[in-house]
Design a protein around this ligand. Structure first.
Ligand code: PRX
Length: 654
């Protein structure tokens, strides 16, 4: 366990006394209106999940609902299904001409794909993949901007049983290479570029660099998105244009009847040590979990327009742009760019234009909107909205209230949804037609989910006591492991507390059993909702020839939630002056991607260490956040930290 204190103080949250009941009009039309659903699910969780599984199509029925040999779960073993079939073919009879994806590019271009269109494109791309030699079980890497080809490529993979591994377009060439090597991807799907704040992201160029060191990749399929705005090279034989392949691809493609536990995707995420780990999700359970939670939490109806603003490169986009909404036959908006292009009202313009009913975004975005001011949403008609959601990090009550008032106009419930890449689906969240909301609390575990707050010894703590958030019963979309690393899986999630899944989060419950999430308790930091391991940033820094040692911490940031601060010691003969700070920041961007750029770098001749040589990050956090230094008695040399504190204060004041 790391020496990390939770981010949010329990005391401050306990002062939050505001309550919001579901508006009567909302309650009356809600998907879930009967509170007995919690008890029904608790009494017979397997029967409960099976009832949702039965709403979907199975080529052959499951033999059992769950096989649970800790830490390995099999959901619906023996059953055969296909998640792309369920997301597309299943809807064709009733929804062939219904919009599935309403897409808007950052420059303002638009595309609407009906379920019929999406089905056709997915079938064709499935045939393209097959022609490129991709077989069931082969991994396909996807490094695309937020364009329709991204869900098309993912669903085509799922259709033929080729696990996808999507890499967020903001990651560097090196990060992409490492992920492709870990997954041994056979094909890479990318674009020439993608639009971001009026500029082109050089995706294909990054791919060229990445593929150099990724020998498993046989072909690179390139979508033409940026066109003349960027010059790219196509390597003969290896690189192929998406549109050329699609022009020749046959229309007909039968979805593969896959084992319920067939590997659906690998998604890399940061842990406490080592390189990002490949979180493994499989077909049947993930399908049932994302299907049911989308329906309940977003209260989705056939006539709704849903918009999740996440990038599909993260789990939120996997579960609540690609799989959950399409499994429900929903209409959804997908947007390529940033919220401030060309102006700071872009999100609100999109909501007005497409009459979005349900919006799902992140606290960091909400805090940014707060900073920009309410005049931007006020420019637009947001009356179509009826429900708001948030995800990715704890939401502070002020941001919650701002969202509720300025975006939801006090009409729309706010669902604060807690979950993780590993959980695959939302686990703690209000049910918008049933739950009394408290700003800043994710409220209660969903029906069928068992969560607990425990102390160091794994015992449940009383109300208002802080502790560790654990999950005590398997759930359908849970991770099935870390790709290629069963030991790390066991160690990371199942060893800290016997018979429980350890989330890495701190939490407390109040007297009514509501959960208040307190942030990570390990060496993972959450920058603007993006998860980054301190270890990764430290490794990137020490990779620079001038750096001897580095210690990275998360510091409070009023918009991003947390930001990265690095304490660096340089090798003999290197000077901290000049552009050393910028050089190192750039180096981290090159190694990992812009999302990992440190906010602050402080040079120091020594780092505070215990006598056994362990860097005491807790003290670094005290320094960076201006607190009185905690216990320094275990330090090898207590003067180091005092000197560092003085230096830090001088620099901060200068
Ligand atoms: O610390 C929790 C925080 O985000 C972590 C998971 O990050 P990631 O795997 O990238 O997935 C993010 C999107 C699902 C969690 O361990 N987190 C996520 N949602 C919330 C949250 N913290 C508090 N409240 C939330 N609603």
């Amino acid at each position: 366990m790391a020496d990390r204190a939770p981010e949010r103080t329990i005391e401050a949250l306990l002062l939050e006394a505001r309550r919001f009941d579901p508006p009567e009009a909302f309650r009356r039309q809600a998907v879930l209106q009967d509170p007995r659903v919690y008890d029904q699910a608790a009494k017979d969780p397997e029967g409960f999940w099976a009832s949702y599984a039965r709403e979907l199509h199975w080529f052959s029925p499951w033999e059992r609902v769950l096989d649970w040999t800790l830490p390995y779960a099999k959901w619906f073993p023996g059953g055969r299904t296909n998640i792309a079939y369920n997301a597309l073919d299943r809807h064709l009879a009733a929804r062939r001409t219904k919009a599935a994806i309403i897409w808007e590019g950052e420059p303002g271009d638009e595309r609407v794909l009906t379920y019929g269109d999406l089905h056709r494109e997915v079938c064709k791309f499935a045939n393209v993949l097959k022609r490129l030699g991709v077989r069931t079980g082969d991994r396909v890497a996807i490094y695309l901007p937020m364009i329709p080809e991204l869900p098309i490529a993912m669903l085509a993979c799922a259709r033929i049983g080729a696990p996808h591994t999507v890499v967020f377009g903001g990651f560097s060439a090196e990060s992409l290479r490492d992920r492709m090597n870990d997954a041994k991807a056979k094909v890479l799907v990318t674009a020439d570029g993608g639009w971001r704040r009026g500029k082109v992201l050089p995706l294909k160029r990054n791919c060229d660099e990445a593929v150099e060191g990724a020998p498993s990749v046989e072909h690179v399929v390139v979508v033409r998105r940026a066109g003349d705005a960027i010059k790219i090279d196509m390597r003969e034989g290896r690189d192929l244009w998406w549109h050329r392949l699609m022009a020749e691809a046959p229309l007909a493609n039968e979805a593969e009847p896959l084992e319920s536990e067939h590997l659906l995707y690998i998604l890399y995420t940061s842990g406490t040590t080592g390189k990002p780990k490949g979180i493994v999700h499989t077909t049947g359970g993930y399908m049932v979990g994302t299907y049911a939670t989308t329906k309940w939490v977003f209260d989705l109806k056939d006539e709704d327009v849903f918009w999740c603003t996440a990038d599909i490169g993260w789990v939120t986009g996997h579960s609540y742009i690609v799989y959950g909404p399409l499994l429900n036959g929903a209409t959804e908006v997908m947007y390529e760019g940033t919220p401030d292009f060309p102006d700071k009202d872009r999100f609100w313009a999109i909501i007005e234009k497409y009459r979005v009913n349900v919006l799902y975004t992140a606290p960091t975005a909400i805090r940014t909107f707060m900073k920009w001011g309410p005049e931007f949403p006020a420019r637009h008609d947001l009356s179509s909205l009826r429900l708001l959601g948030t995800v990715g990090e704890p939401i502070n009550p002020e941001a919650w209230i701002w969202y509720y008032e300025h975006i939801g106009k006090k009409r729309c419930p706010v669902v604060d949804t807690w979950w993780q890449t590993e959980t695959g689906m939302i686990l703690i969240s209000p049910l918008p037609g049933l739950t009394t909301l408290k700003p800043g609390s994710a409220t209660r575990p969903l029906p069928g989910i068992a969560a607990e707050v425990v102390n160091e010894r794994g015992q449940a703590v009383g109300a208002k006591e802080g502790g560790y958030l654990v999950l005590t019963r398997p759930w359908p979309a849970m991770l099935r492991g870390i790709y290629g690393d069963p030991e790390r899986y066991q160690d990371q999630y199942w060893s800290r507390f016997p018979n429980m899944y350890f989330t890495g989060d701190g939490a407390k419950r109040d007297e009514e059993g509501y959960f208040w999430l307190l942030g990570r308790v390990d060496d993972v930091i959450n920058v603007a909702g993006h998860r980054i391991g301190t270890y990764e940033v430290e490794s990137a820094l020490v990779d620079h020839p001038s750096v001897a040692e580095a210690a990275v911490i998360g510091i409070e940031h009023d918009v991003k939630g947390q930001a990265i601060a690095a304490f660096v010691t340089l090798k003999e003969g290197n000077k901290p002056g000049g552009d050393a700070v910028d050089t190192l920041k750039q180096h981290v961007v090159k190694k990992i991607g812009a999302l990992a750029r440190p906010e602050q770098i402080l040079f120091t001749s020594e780092l505070p260490k215990t006598r056994s040589g362990k860097i005491m990050r807790r003290l670094l956090r005290d320094i960076a956040e201006g607190r009185v230094l905690g216990d320094t008695t275990t330090l090898a040399d207590p003067t180091v930290v005092e000197a560092l504190k003085t230096r830090y204060e001088e620099e901060a004041g200068s």
